[in-house]
Design a binder for this molecule. Structure first.
Ligand SMILES: [Zn+2]
Length: 232
């Protein structure tokens, strides 16, 4: 049976090969989402073990956290930007799972991330999630949790309303506007835990700050932060 399944898989692959999400070349059976050549060229930050990395410095002083890191540098027109665009706007959920697995595989090797009890994702408003078909941060968080062997507390935090566009506001206005947007639905579940909050891309950090401030109202919680991209 196993050989039959493997044979079927190889035949499917031969006739309908998956393509690399970047260079569009046919993937090998052992490749997933990206070919090894494209994966190798991704701009890894190697931040995880650095206490004063760019992600940490951007969030420092805004709320107390244990660790903060990002997997990739995010610049306009870059490969990571293309992938993130496909994930968010071209219905490519597999890219979220791929990103999350890469992140989880790296973090599980890191001393600094061993104390984490569970993972939460920055939620989207349900209308936005419905439009998109999924919350990309949930896909990333679920795959990261699986790779790290940790629970993913899906739906423990909800986003209450659409926030107005953030672009023209000052930083403190943004934070006020955002903080009210998050609501902890399952406080009991999160009490006393060290939670890794996951988001797709870190820009100003206002969304993460607002969400973290709500999580930190739960008794005895600690937070760490991980994002796939950091805008530089
Ligand atoms: Zn490729």
């Amino acid at each position: 049976m196993r050989y039959w399944n493997e044979w079927k898989q190889s035949m499917m692959h031969l006739f309908f090969p998956s393509l690399c999400a970047l260079c569009k070349q046919a993937l090998l059976v052992q490749e997933n989402t990206l070919c090894f050549a494209c994966e190798h060229k991704l701009p890894y930050t190697h931040f995880h073990a650095l206490p004063n990395n760019e992600t940490t410095l951007r969030l420092a002083g805004r709320f107390p956290f244990k660790q903060a890191t990002s997997l990739f540098y995010f610049t306009q027109e870059s490969a990571v930007q293309q992938l993130m665009h496909a994930l968010k706007y071209e219905h490519r959920p597999a890219i979220g799972t791929y990103f999350g697995s890469l992140l989880g595989q790296q973090l599980r090797e890191m001393e600094a991330f061993q104390a984490i009890d569970g993972i939460v994702a920055i939620p989207l408003h349900y209308k936005k999630e419905q439009q998109r078909g999924y919350n990309q941060s949930n896909l990333i968080a679920a795959a990261c949790a699986e790779a790290m062997g940790l629970p993913f507390y899906n739906k423990a935090i909800v986003r209450k309303r659409f926030t107005q566009t953030q672009t023209l506001k000052t930083r403190s206005e943004r934070v006020d506007n955002m903080e009210e947007a998050f609501f902890i639905k399952n406080t009991e579940l999160l009490i006393g835990k060290h939670l890794l909050i996951i988001d797709d891309v870190l820009t100003t950090g206002a969304t993460i700050e607002a969400c973290a401030l709500q999580v930190l109202k739960i008794p005895n919680t600690q937070v760490s932060i991980a994002t796939i991209g950091v805008v530089i």
